[in-house]
Design a protein around this ligand. Structure first.
Ligand SMILES: [Zn+2]
Ligand SMILES: [Zn+2]
Ligand SMILES: [Zn+2]
Length: 256
């Protein structure tokens, strides 16, 4: 199973528009963060988790030629902004593009991208989407996907587990019932917005506590803002915790 971090930034992205701070002006490519999303290649399938506003640029930069389906964590703008661009996949395959996610988030997608669901003139211009509300573990062909319910402020959102990989972006609290689903992970990806606490996101100290409790072999932090300089922050982390960066690729065992 191969994981590609397409984006690792918080909702503003880094650099932030009009910001002249050291991180926003940094020439280290690891300090340039487009909005958060990952690509998972496994079981002969290519899946997106979320689709950032920069999706087209991310796909071109990382040679993403194809995607079979998408897992949606929640419908905040930074996680669905690039949805129109998945139309290339339904155009090529001739099939609707499946999106799996919490029903409330899918309802937002239906509102925000209403034109995709209305019958209008035939043209090349619309993504053809199939929305599948999920609650419990489900399969995409042979691949088992386990939703991981977590709190993002007052919003109930999903992370996802695929084999020994778990992706939890945008989280401020993990409910007790979700911890048993996080055992025996090779890789955990976790929200770590910045050093200062935040109402709807884990900050670095909290994410470290959670990483210790969950005990994955390796933990990668994502959804990072411009207050975290890559090299400096990485140097302060324990040896099995890493800051993710755009373009980072990880190889994991193929899920059963
Ligand atoms: Zn977000
Ligand atoms: Zn800045
Ligand atoms: Zn969010």
């Amino acid at each position: 199973m191969r994981i590609t971090f397409l984006g690792t930034g918080t909702s503003h992205g880094v650099p932030v528009i009009g910001c002249a701070c050291g991180v926003c002006r940094s020439t280290d490519p690891r300090n340039k963060r487009s909005r958060a999303s990952v690509l998972v290649e496994t079981h002969g399938q290519t899946l997106l988790i979320d689709v950032a506003p920069e999706f087209r640029l991310q796909a071109v930069a990382h040679n993403v030629h194809h995607a079979d389906a998408m897992l949606l964590t929640h419908a905040h703008a930074d996680h669905i902004g690039g949805l129109d661009d998945v139309r290339i996949f339904s155009e090529r395959s001739g099939r609707h593009f499946p999106i799996y996610g919490p029903s409330a988030a899918l309802a937002r997608v239906r509102e925000r991208f209403d034109y995709a669901f209305r019958k209008t003139q035939i043209g090349g211009g619309k993504p053809r989407l199939d929305l599948h509300a999920v609650v419990r573990p489900f399969h995409i062909k042979t691949l088992r996907v386990e939703p991981l319910p977590v709190w993002h402020g007052r919003l109930k959102v999903f992370g996802y587990r695929l084999g020994s990989f778990a992706y939890i972006t945008d989280v401020s609290k993990i409910p007790e019932a979700t911890y048993p689903k996080l055992k025996n992970l090779d890789v955990l990806v976790l929200d770590a917005l910045r050093h200062q606490p935040h109402e709807t996101h884990f900050h670095v100290a909290r994410a470290l506590e959670e990483a210790r409790r969950i005990g994955a072999q390796k933990t990668y932090f994502t959804h990072l803002c411009h207050l975290l300089e890559h090299r400096k922050t990485q140097a302060e982390l324990p040896k099995n915790v890493f800051l993710a960066y755009d373009g980072l690729r990880l190889m994991l065992p193929e899920p059963a």
